[in-house]
Design a protein around this ligand. Structure first.
Ligand code: CTP
Ligand code: CA
Length: 225
């Protein structure tokens, strides 16, 4: 790969990356989920290993092969992701939340398969909020000086929404992707920017997830004290 991978600027560092998307069970055969593949988180894990870090990857419902040299912890729900991330973060210099966490989960898990009945309205789906893992990690740093990074996709007002989200979460860096009908992932018009709590703004040129992963580590490494 590129020359950046030859840089061992994460040597001796311990990093945690979350990847994929959580699934919130409704009954034994159904869940609320999202389309996250986990590719960005896996790219972050691979590039961190290449730069010398010890890496724990918390993988939510991914089907990608385990990256070489990475400790992989598999989880399903947001609650399980939170547990695993907090546990791994106790010993980490940096935590990157690339996983798509379901904002809501069904209020009640139904132990038997939900059945439809002729002539009856569908039952309402009651939801409750999931814990905000990134905000929790940012507010209660698991280790002094730990660097916390979030990801966000926004459809409009990317800068303003990104800044507001960064402040709300309290993380050190927020990678903001601009998405929308004409800005689908993979299109030339894809745009991203990395916002820093220090006011910095780093535009991300269109390119593979591996390049964005390298850029994230290049921005994280100098923050280690
Ligand atoms: N995140 C998290 N826990 C949640 C929701 C989100 O840790 N319950 C993290 C994601 O992993 C991501 C970041 O927060 O790194 C931003 O996710 P996003 O969905 O954009 O933020 P939300 O606060 O959920 O805002 P929105 O209402 O726009 O979905
Ligand atoms: Ca969300």
């Amino acid at each position: 790969r590129g020359p950046q991978s030859a840089v061992a600027d994460l040597a001796g560092r311990n990093v945690v990356v979350s990847a994929g998307g959580t699934r919130e069970p409704l009954d034994p055969v159904r869940y609320l989920g999202n389309r996250s593949s986990g590719k960005q988180g896996y790219a972050l894990a691979r590039t961190a290993v290449a730069r010398g870090a010890r890496v724990t990857l918390i993988a939510a419902n991914t089907t990608l092969p385990d990256p070489a040299g990475v400790d992989v912890v598999r989880v399903g729900t947001a609650a399980q992701l939170r547990e695993a991330v907090l546990k791994a973060a106790a010993d980490a210099d940096a935590v990157v939340m690339a996983a798509a966490v379901a904002d809501f989960r069904p209020a009640h898990y139904v132990t038997g398969k939900i059945k439809k009945k002729d002539g009856e309205e569908p039952p309402p789906l009651e939801l409750v909020r999931n814990p905000d893992i990134l905000a929790e990690l940012s507010t209660d740093r698991q280790r002094p000086g730990q660097i916390v990074v979030g990801f966000a996709a926004e459809t409009d007002d990317v800068q303003a929404n990104g800044r507001a989200k960064l402040a709300r979460k309290g993380c050190d860096l927020l990678v903001v992707n601009e998405v929308g009908e004409h800005k689908a992932f993979g299109s030339e018009e894809n745009e991203a920017v990395v916002l820093g709590a220090d006011g910095s703004e780093t535009p991300v040129p269109y390119g593979p997830k591996e390049d964005l992963a390298e850029l994230v580590w290049t921005l994280v490494a100098p923050k280690f004290s």
